[in-house]
Design a protein around this ligand. Structure first.
Ligand SMILES: Nc1ncnc2c1ncn2[C@@H]1O[C@H](COP(=O)(O)OP(=O)(O)OP(=O)(O)O)[C@@H](O)[C@H]1O
Ligand SMILES: [Mg+2]
Length: 269
């Protein structure tokens, strides 16, 4: 099975400061991988480096092969087609992906149009509008027509995140990167959006890189997990093994914190 994403020896620096250090991570087709670690451990920078979107001032070394293309050192013009066909990202705050001044249906229209043109599929206005509607239904939004006509500020945070997921799906990516997609949502909405993503990844045959700091949340949606701390990988393995027998002290503290949280929830019920 070929890898959708193959990261080898990735380091990210800001000047002399090492922010991500010698990271290896491979995601096979249809694999679901979690990347967890405390705030500032380098998870988002890893995802940005993987898509060639590091902010100015940061430099990456090593190798990142995304769907067969080397990302590090590539020209942006060579990466644009990859973002969309190979990879799509859903962020913590859906407002970063959505234009506040544009109706949400129009925002999904653009990636659908691009993908259809690229694939040589019919791209008349009616074809695209029908697909936009299907995508909104696909992410279980009630009243897709209202949502399509609404601006981002006119719907709830959970609904906005569903629209952001619909935009990602519009590209039919081989790899979906979700960077803390549910952190900004309340617990019930968080569970709904997670279950939706789990179903979509399975049904659409996408690979998933799911980033989070909350181990039980990540465990719900991935098969394998990589644990980062201070820019380095400290542990990795099947999620059940890492949860049941964490080897690194830091992973133990994550598991203990998650257990304490579960007990507190149980006591509150
Ligand atoms: N543009 C930047 N310039 C300099 N340092 C940065 C920049 N962006 C991030 N960093 C630093 O790199 C480190 C890793 O940041 P990163 O955003 O990857 O953390 P994270 O694991 O995603 O954390 P969180 O869980 O809070 O999202 C942090 O110490 C951060 O302060
Ligand atoms: Mg982050």
């Amino acid at each position: 099975m070929s890898a959708v994403l193959e990261i080898e020896n990735l380091s990210v620096r800001s000047g002399e400061t090492l922010l991500v250090s010698n990271l290896d991570l491979t995601i096979g087709e249809n694999a679901r991988v979690g990347l967890i670690g405390e705030s500032g451990s380098g998870k988002s920078l890893t995802a940005l480096a993987a898509t060639g979107l590091l902010p100015p001032g940061l430099t990456a070394t090593g190798s990142v092969v995304l769907d067969g293309t080397e990302v590090i050192g590539a020209r942006d013009a060579d990466l644009v087609p990859l973002r969309g066909s190979a990879v799509a990202t859903v962020f913590q705050e859906p407002l970063t992906a959505l234009d506040p001044l544009m109706r949400m249906g129009s925002q999904i229209y653009q990636p659908v149009l691009r993908r259809r043109r690229r694939a040589g599929e019919p791209a008349a206005r009616a074809d695209i509008e029908a697909e936009v509607r299907r995508l909104l239904e696909r992410v279980a939004l009630p009243d897709p027509d209202r949502i399509a006509n609404a601006y981002p500020f006119e719907v709830s945070g959970g609904q906005r995140q569903r629209v952001a997921i619909a935009m990602a799906l519009a590209c039919h990516p081989k790899l979906l990167i979700a960077d803390e997609p549910t952190t900004a949502l309340d617990v019930t909405t968080q569970a709904e959006v997670l279950d939706l993503m789990a179903g979509l990844v399975r049904e659409e045959g996408m690979a998933l890189l799911f980033i989070g700091h909350d181990l039980p949340v990540v465990a719900r949606i991935v098969d394998d997990v990589t644990v980062m701390r201070r820019g380095e990988v400290v542990e990795r393995g099947p999620v059940g093994t890492v949860l049941a027998r964490p080897e690194h002290d830091y992973t133990r503290t994550l598991v203990a914190a998650a257990d304490a949280f579960d007990r507190a929830l149980g006591a509150a019920r």
